[in-house]
Ligand binder design. Structure first.
Ligand SMILES: Nc1ncnc2c1ncn2[C@@H]1O[C@H](COP(=O)(O)OP(=O)(O)OP(=O)(O)O)[C@@H](O)[C@H]1O
Ligand SMILES: [Mg+2]
Length: 239
């Protein structure tokens, strides 16, 4: 479903931020992308979505990510960016949620029905008619997740989806993610969430893959995590 072949990237005038990244993700797999601040997680996601143009080959559902394939990539892959401010562009939450499906031919009525189900599932029906510029950071994040789920894309990339969520919304998010069949790539410092949602973890350091394996094996490996400026998830720490 996702393939990275020798992917490298440097921001203009900067040093390499992604170096020879190679990995494949099968349909339905859930990958946790972990790594210290500045490791390259967000850059890797932006490359997969064609928001930046990396060297090498990236395939999503068999389609190469290139300028002229971006509309196809947008159909295959949805994303929740690290900063939800950049993601909402319609006045109200409900308008954002129905925008994509209506654009692809669904009736407004059917799309609103679908939206109501997703809002209910995420425990945020009260956000339906709220204005995007008048809701809190955590509410915006929940709304941007709801908007992505509306399109039900084959692959969902989420960059720090649990940041700024209160414990109840974080739990809602984890339960929702665990109920999905979509292929998921989740970049996060919330290693407990990764442990609860992902079967596989890719650890990035300095733009390179430092480890790729079973989530539990990597997340309980204190020496490995500490050597890459990370710590054990709280739930695996014994005091
Ligand atoms: N727009 C940009 N221009 C230049 N350099 C950038 C830009 N965005 C990120 N970088 C640099 O690229 C490197 C990787 O950044 P990236 O945002 O991918 O890290 P990250 O792993 O997502 O970190 P975090 O955990 O803080 O979100 C960092 O050294 C960062 O300073
Ligand atoms: Mg980031």
């Amino acid at each position: 479903m996702i393939r990275f072949i020798d992917v490298s990237y440097s921001y203009p005038g900067g040093k390499p931020v992604l170096r020879n990244i190679n990995f494949s993700v099968s349909e339905g797999e859930r990958i946790g992308l972990i790594g210290a601040n500045g490791a390259g997680k967000s850059t890797l996601m932006k490359a997969a979505l064609g928001l930046i143009e990396a060297e090498g080959i990236i395939l999503i559902g068999g389609t190469a990510v290139k300028k002229d394939s971006l509309s196809r990539i947008r159909q295959l892959a949805g994303f929740v960016l690290q900063d939800p401010e950049n993601q909402m562009f319609m006045p109200r939450v409900i308008d954002d949620m129905v925008f994509g499906p209506v654009n692809y031919g669904m009736t407004r009525e059917a799309a609103e029905k679908e939206a109501d189900q997703i809002l209910e599932k995420l425990g945020i029906p009260f956000l339906r008619n709220r204005y995007n510029h008048k809701i809190s950071g955590g509410e915006k994040r929940m709304a941007s997740i709801a908007t992505v789920l509306m399109m039900d894309p084959k692959v969902i990339f989420m960059d720090e989806p649990s940041s700024s969520l209160d414990p109840k919304n974080r739990r809602m998010l984890i339960n929702t993610l665990n109920g999905l069949e979509n292929t998921l790539v989740i970049a996060s410092h919330d290693l407990d969430m990764i442990l609860q949602t992902c079967s596989r973890v890719i650890l990035i350091d300095g733009g390179e893959i430092a480890a790729d394996g079973k989530a539990f094996d990597i997340l309980r490996d204190r020496a490995l995590l500490e050597s890459h400026r990370l710590e054990l998830p709280l739930s695996l720490q014994t005091i």
